[in-house]
Design a protein around this ligand. Structure first.
Ligand SMILES: NC(=O)c1ccc[n+]([C@@H]2O[C@H](COP(=O)([O-])OP(=O)(O)OC[C@H]3O[C@@H](n4cnc5c(N)ncnc54)[C@H](OP(=O)(O)O)[C@@H]3O)[C@@H](O)[C@H]2O)c1
Length: 341
């Protein structure tokens, strides 16, 4: 199938191209960028040298494709969506513009109204672990946020099983610098970012909205920037419950994820990597989840780790493409990561 990538000069677009150019069922027909129009794709993404001879085109030259991926900043996809959908193809939006079902959440979290609230009911939240059947017929897929994905997948088995119904989640999330995109501004400059441990959103982070929407659990989210290029680790403190014993947690998580190709349960008694850790997930589409029971303090500690550009963005987008098109779900996503790295 022919695909196009809009916003292909950015970090999420580059990771998407890395995956799509090696996907056996995909031909990348067009990649857009305003700032790099006319330049080779490999100028923005040097890892793609000799993988493609494509050059960037301006968005005005975008042609209809079987699948169009949008990897542009939030606020940029929503206005163009009716026109894109009218071409008849499927649209996979990596931005936040179609993740939330309630239009009121856009002014609250993103500070602008949604111009096409009618599309929010149609868009399918692109998390196959929760919405696989709906994705099969979807015309518009909204790929989840990276911190939201790590948190939701960590919480989901508890949220759906009942113990979390009256609970509250307090989430401490850490992310690497690529999560902010290649135009992160002064906060992303080396002198400011290097060695950092920064609480950049102690409260009010936008992903709170999608976490609550998808889990139904009241969630307080605090986000930190740490010294890494890729990676998200979400530590979810589920409080206000009588936490299940670990044997019970194993059962819950195995029931939810035993058959999932990209969610691995990691909670080992020994070894160096006993709990989920993003470092070894770089370049992969895995989300590793783990847990610990803490009855003394009335909490369960749930962990989710991933590569923000992998399962947190481009990998998830390709997984959604596979589900949508009836392809094996792991196609083009088989990379196991590197160790040591
Ligand atoms: N980075 C992550 O880990 C991550 C994870 C999950 C989701 N996402 C989402 O993916 C999207 C892209 O993120 P990113 O990290 O790749 O950002 P980025 O590195 O800043 O890239 C953004 C891309 O959009 C284009 N662009 C910028 N302003 C635009 C505008 N006003 N209209 C149209 N295109 C514009 C840019 O290229 P030109 O200006 O050259 O056209 C660039 O190609 C965002 O919505 C982000 O929230 C990112």
């Amino acid at each position: 199938m022919n695909v196009a990538v809009v916003g292909g000069s950015g970090y999420a677009g580059g990771e998407l191209l890395r995956l799509l150019l090696r996907h056996p069922d995909v031909t990348v027909a067009q990649v857009t960028s305003e700032s790099m129009a006319g330049k080779p794709v490999s100028r923005a993404h040097p890892n793609l040298r000799r993988a493609t001879t494509l050059t960037f085109v301006p968005r005005a030259q975008l042609r209809p494709a079987d699948v169009t991926f949008l990897a542009v900043p939030h606020g940029e996809a929503m206005g163009a969506m009716p026109e894109l959908l009218a071409t008849g193809g499927t649209v996979i939006d990596l931005s936040a513009d179609h993740r939330l079902r309630d239009p009121q959440e856009y002014p609250r979290y993103y500070r602008h109204e949604h111009p096409h609230p009618e599309l929010l009911g149609e868009a399918v939240y692109g998390m196959p672990e929760l919405h696989r059947d709906a994705l099969r017929g979807a015309r518009l897929i909204a790929v989840p946020g990276c911190i939201a994905t790590a948190t939701i997948l960590a919480l989901h088995p508890m949220a759906r099983s009942g113990p979390a119904a009256t609970a509250r989640a307090v989430v401490d999330a850490k992310s690497g610098s690529s999560a902010g995109g290649h135009d992160a501004g002064p906060a992303g400059q080396h002198a400011e970012r290097s060695g950092v441990m920064r609480a950049y959103a102690p409260s009010g982070h936008r992903h709170t909205a999608e976490i609550e929407q998808e889990t139904g659990v009241r969630t307080a989210l605090s986000c930190h920037a740490v010294e890494a290029v890729r990676g998200v680790l979400a530590t979810v403190h589920l409080v206000g419950i009588d936490p299940p014993e670990e044997r019970e947690l194993w059962k819950l998580y195995r029931a939810a994820y035993g058959a999932e190709p990209f969610v691995r349960i990691v909670h080992d008694p020994d070894g160096l990597y006993r709990e989920p850790e993003p470092k070894i997930l770089s370049g992969t589409n895995f989300c590793d989840v783990g847990f610990a029971s803490d009855p003394e303090h009335g909490r369960a500690v749930l962990l989710g780790a991933l590569d923000n550009l992998g399962k947190g963005a481009a990998g998830a987008a390709v997984q959604c493409l596979n589900v949508r098109c009836g392809l094996p779900e792991t196609r083009g996503l088989e990379f196991l990561g590197l160790h040591p790295i």
